[in-house]
Ligand binder design. Structure first.
Ligand code: FES
Length: 104
């Protein structure tokens, strides 16, 4: 089993169980981390905005254009902002750490 580390909006840390092939958004949503995922992962709502720990950025696939465009519509982003629905979990990501962004 590989694990996803999460810092929630209150600053509390969590270690979540994961499922190979699931979107990180789905892992966060289903384990009640306060991520709505209202567009179902279609890259249309940005409710799954997370900030990736800097040491993990290079280990993730590059964001696609539609993800970058959606992030650009947010009032506040950080250099390592990503949409969690665009990160597909694989056990190679064991230990990935993300912080849930404030709701836009
Ligand atoms: S769930 Fe809507 S953009 Fe990620």
């Amino acid at each position: 089993m590989a694990f996803l580390n999460v810092v929630d909006r209150d600053g509390s840390r969590h270690t979540l169980e994961t499922v190979e092939g699931w979107r990180v958004m789905e892992l966060l949503r289903d384990q009640k981390m306060g991520v709505e995922g209202s567009c179902g992962g279609a890259c249309l709502c940005a409710s799954c905005h997370v900030i990736v720990a800097p040491e993990w950025v290079e280990k993730l696939p590059e964001p696609r254009t539609d993800e970058l465009e959606m992030l650009d519509e947010l009032p506040v982003i950080e250099p390592t902002s990503r949409l969690a629905c665009q990160i597909i979990w694989s056990d190679e990501l064991d230990g990935l750490t993300v912080r849930i962004a404030e709701a836009a």
